[in-house]
Ligand binder design. Structure first.
Ligand SMILES: [Zn+2]
Length: 219
């Protein structure tokens, strides 16, 4: 990320820790900064609420919500697809071509608003888990986008791609990200359940960093 040029950013904001950290990272040097939250089938309502709260706390120019309800995770696409995805070792939360769709929609939304960059919050662990995350994919995508609308470029960047989850949270603390507003739980309770995979990882990261976890857990 260049700290010299002041660009306009559209941050893909899920409501989780990573994308909130990406938002606080780029807004420091941004001429303009807006956020986009994409809703899909069975998308956790609490995540979308968290995204709204984080966008407000960050004082973004505009928080956009787009409903792409036709997009489903592999777990919701029937037994055959579930089995296929599992046999290739990919997580059942995989949405086929998810990032191709998210980046494309992000570029459209950024371009029509005169913004220069779309920011994705992927961390290093995402690129090991999901087949549609990675630096090579990003540069191929940006090349394609540049050739489709060559006179005013929009590019996707993923500034946290080299960082582990632990390093992302450490950065979040440095940047003053309101972690208490982020949502990691896979359930839709009033508070974090405390036992699902999302909560387990969240607790683990705070514990490893030795910092106080202000999250309210049911268990
Ligand atoms: Zn949970």
């Amino acid at each position: 990320m260049s700290s010299v040029s002041r660009l306009g950013y559209l941050v893909l904001l899920s409501g989780g820790i990573d994308s909130a950290t990406a938002l606080y990272l780029v807004r420091r040097n941004a001429a303009r900064c807006s956020t986009l939250s994409i809703l899909y089938h069975r998308r956790n309502r609490r995540e979308a609420e968290a995204a709204r709260a984080i966008a407000e706390a960050a004082g973004v120019e505009e928080h956009v919500e787009l409903d792409l309800g036709f997009l489903r995770e592999a777990v919701d696409l029937g037994a055959q697809i579930r089995a296929e995805v599992e046999s290739h070792g990919a997580p059942l939360t995989l949405i086929p071509f998810r990032n191709l769709v998210f980046y494309s929609v992000g570029c459209y939304c950024a371009w029509i608003r005169g913004l220069d960059r779309v920011v994705a919050g992927h961390n290093a662990e995402d690129s090991q888990l999901f087949p549609d995350v990675g630096r090579n994919l990003l540069s191929s995508f940006n090349e394609l986008v540049g050739s489709m609308l060559p006179w005013r470029r929009v590019e996707v960047e993923a500034p946290l791609m080299g960082l582990s989850k632990l390093e992302v949270v450490r950065l979040a603390l440095e940047l003053g990200v309101p972690l208490e507003l982020t949502w990691s739980c896979w359930k839709e309770g009033e508070v974090h359940c405390g036992v699902c995979e999302g909560c387990r990882k969240r607790k683990e990261v705070f514990r490893e960093l030795g910092i106080r976890d202000r999250t309210e857990y049911a268990e």
